[in-house]
Design a protein around this ligand. Sequence first.
Ligand code: PMP
Length: 280
Amino acid sequence: MQVYWNGSLVDESAVRISFDDRGFLFGDGVYEVVRVYHHQFFEWSRHMARLERSLRGIALPGVDLAAITQGADRLLEQFPEADGALYLEITRGAYPRAHAFPPDGTKPTVLMWIRPVPARNMDAWHDGVSVMTTYDDRWAKVWIKTIGLLPNVLAKEQAHRQGLFDAIFVRDGMVTEATSSNVFIAQNGQLMTAPVTNYILPGITREVLLEEAQRLQLPVVQQPFSVEALKAADEVFLTGTTTEVLPVTKVDGHLIGTGHAGPIARMLLDALWSRAGVVS
Ligand code: PMP
């Protein structure tokens, strides 16, 4: 597979990342995941805008986003399939281990590739997935798309060990998001999702769906909601670049709605797909 590594397209076997890389040593880096639909990036400029904010969030200047965009286009030219996902990671580069930033001029490490996405599990889509809630023990800058995802990894594993699809984080009794997606609920036809604060990642899919909801004249509020509201909702669904719109039909063993994908989730998935040119 061809990958983009520090400005060039190379075979994956040519990539050498130093053990002094700050991504490896400190999780000192940020990332993006961008969906490829029909051999085109979906919402590229929004992902770049978020990347820029993440880079500012970790005080990592001097990354050439135009070069990254060009590199991504070259990668896409080489990608043989219609659908996939681009992964992009930028770290503060390699320097002998010390917490303080390395000297100016240390080159960030930039790595990108595009891989196919696993086929959609339409059974999971129709019947929904089961999740648990868990204490949100992440740091207070969740809006930065940092590669430091250990709390997310641990929560996802905890869910898997209980035979569940995912875990939804709860901070001070209020739902923030899931381990790799945002959370929406629908109650009496009204949509609700947590507002953008330091405590959620502002998902691009979330943003797109808020626009689509408005277009469809679905009432939507960005407002904190409790675990009780989550469990009492008519519909619950997760949203994300790879998740798209995924209904949740069980939370902590408690059945949501009819136990099947609800009409609002269906409508929003259709809206997302039609925006991306996917034929459903
Ligand atoms: N929250 C978290 C913690 C995530 O990891 C993701 C996916 N990267 C999202 C939300 C959804 O964001 P997006 O729609 O941009 O993929």
